[in-house]
Design a protein around this ligand. Structure first.
Ligand code: XMP
Length: 535
């Protein structure tokens, strides 16, 4: 039976700080900053039951103790009906709490403070005048009781009055920009964004001085702990198969498990017909030359194409592909015999974006095939050793593990492969166009020195056709859309403002070299509101 609790990947054994997510644009950034400062942090929905948090707070060793709670920002106002509220008991828990922006307003509102509605919105830099206190410890000039610094504001509502709290910071427009009641703190500004001077030191003070956290998050110790974890969970006899796509996530997963259990791991590389140009050869050669791992190759092109016949809906495509992968992995496991575990390269954003309504204020964005295609009943137990890592943390782990450059430096590629880039039904013709055009996009980026500066770059094809001229004759052909984005961890992204000459050479080559294409366009939507992949 599939049992998501059996996943190796969640760091429950580590002491941690919990960030309750009220839907703010910087919620992930708060988690990242804590981890960068050396403390394991995780994002939980704002409606996480108080009992679950209490268990973490009271935990003594083993389970991993919760040392502090951070309440994130939110696009909502505390006055709006239906705005996200955590159980008010959480705010009274005997544990250090830090509210940021909406989080601070919610604490004030719950404890009788006055939160004014949208009267004096503040966006951008503001000068904070603060008192030397726990949160701002070490930030004033030597001997001085107060100090000034630039902070980043982004709020409509603000706390106007908060009797019973010590007001430890204000700006010209915000009378209560920072407050304290015993171990509970609130700040109206965003210490997690780089525009706040010394924001890192404020968070450092919260984590180390106020919560008393120990430094427990670093890539080297992650690798060692994880290898020990894998050994413990797989046991001395257990055998694992790992779905290897050649992307950095599954490759890192495979190398970690291989380090822990050696040849009791078998990697399964499936050619689903949705791969990039030259990808199959690259993966097989790279793994053969660099790692001493068992690798089984499965040619399943026909099965995937058949499964995708007539399927137009993007979510259904993802499900079909995810399910077929699982069926193939189970078949291969049966052929090998005595396999107990299936390893996947699921990472943190995959979990969050596929999670859907784990909290009522977040919705499912896409079923990432690692997590979305799992059947109700899976005979194999899941192993997901990097399920708590962000993409750039995975890159750091991979680098530390000596991952070869072709894998380390490549752009992320989605689990559903080119099917995520073929709008509407996946046909052989559209796949060919998508594959050949994407290859040109990547090659032109390499030639112009842009490849390593962007997050992802590829071509998209749908069913639209447009008129062109071929020789002297009118001809109808497909429209190819080029998508090149910059991003930090794929939760948000911007289209890249590529120079026109780079776009022009891509466009020329695509129309000249890819049969059946008459028009080339450039996708200029950011995420949000778009996503990176069209399907
Ligand atoms: P979206 O399109 O949701 O993509 O903005 C965010 C990032 O995730 C990648 N992606 C996937 N990765 N399995 C994966 O392993 C998937 O099903 C999947 N779908 C999207 C996408 O390429 C981008 O980097």
């Amino acid at each position: 039976m599939s049992d998501r609790n059996s996943i190796i990947g969640n760091q429950k054994a580590k002491d941690r700080v919990v960030v309750l997510d009220f839907g703010g644009q910087y919620s992930h950034l708060i988690v990242r900053r804590c981890r960068e400062l050396g403390v394991y942090a995780e994002l939980l929905p704002y409606d996480t039951p108080v009992e679950e948090l209490k268990r973490g707070i009271e935990s003594e060793g083993g389970e991993g103790k919760i040392n502090g709670i951070i309440l994130s920002g939110s696009p909502f106002s505390v006055h709006e009906p239906g705005s996200p509220r955590c159980n008010s008991e959480i705010i009274d828990l005997d544990i250090p709490i830090l509210g940021i922006c909406y989080g601070a307003q919610l604490i004030a509102y719950t404890k009788g403070g006055v939160v004014g509605e949208g009267m004096k919105s503040e966006f951008g830099r503001a000068e904070l005048i603060f008192e030397d206190s726990g949160l701002f410890y070490g930030l004033t000039e030597r001997g001085s009781e107060s100090g000034k610094m630039n902070v980043w504001m982004s709020h409509g509502d603000l706390i106007e009055q908060f009797d019973g709290a010590d007001i430890i910071g204000h700006t010209m427009n915000t009378p209560v920009a920072a407050f304290r009641i015993a171990n509970t703190y609130g700040v109206q500004f965003h210490p997690e964004v780089h525009h706040t001077d010394k924001g890192d030191k404020i968070l450092w003070n919260f984590l180390y001085e106020i919560c008393g956290c120990e430094r427990n998050w670093a890539i080297e110790s992650f690798i060692n702990d994880k290898i020990e974890d894998i050994k413990r969970v797989i046991g001395a006899e257990g055998r694992v198969i790992c779905g290897l796509s050649g992307g950095i996530d599954s490759s890192t997963t495979a190398v970690l498990i291989n380090k822990a259990i050696g040849d009791r791991l078998t990697c399964i590389f499936v050619d689903n017909g949705l791969l990039r140009e030259g990808e199959k050869e690259m993966v097989i050669t790279t793994f053969k030359n660099n790692f001493n791992m068992k690798l089984v190759f499965v040619d399943a092109k026909e099965r995937f194409l058949k499964g995708l016949w007539g399927v137009k809906d993007a979510e259904v495509k993802r499900k079909v592909i995810g399910e077929l992968f699982i069926i193939i992995f189970e078949e291969e496991a049966n052929k090998l015999g005595n396999v107990d575990f299936l390893a996947q390269g699921t990472i943190y954003p995959d979990r969050i974006e596929s999670a859907g309504a784990s909290s009522q204020k977040s919705s499912r964005i896409k079923s990432h095939h690692n997590v979305g295609g799992l059947p109700e009943k899976l005979e194999l137990k899941l192993v997901e050793p990097i399920a708590d890592l962000y993409k750039d943390e995975v890159r750091e782990v991979a680098k530390e593990l000596g991952m070869p450059l072709p894998i380390l430096n490549q752009h992320p590629f989605p689990g559903p492969g080119l099917a995520a880039r073929v709008i509407g039904e996946v046909t052989e013709e559209k796949l060919r166009i998508c594959r050949e055009a994407s290859d040109i996009v990547e090659a032109e980026l390499e030639n112009s020195g842009w490849y390593d500066k962007v997050w992802q770059a590829f071509a998209i094809v749908g069913d639209d056709v447009a008129t062109g001229v071929l020789g002297d004759a009118r001809s109808l052909g497909r429209i190819v859309m080029i998508r090149v984005v910059e991003s930090k961890e794929a939760m948000t992204a911007d289209f890249v403002k590529l120079p026109y000459d780079v776009l022009e050479s891509m466009s020329k080559r695509i129309t000249n070299e890819v049969k059946g294409v008459t028009w080339v366009t450039y996708a200029i939507s950011s995420k949000p509101p778009a996503t990176i992949e069209p399907c």
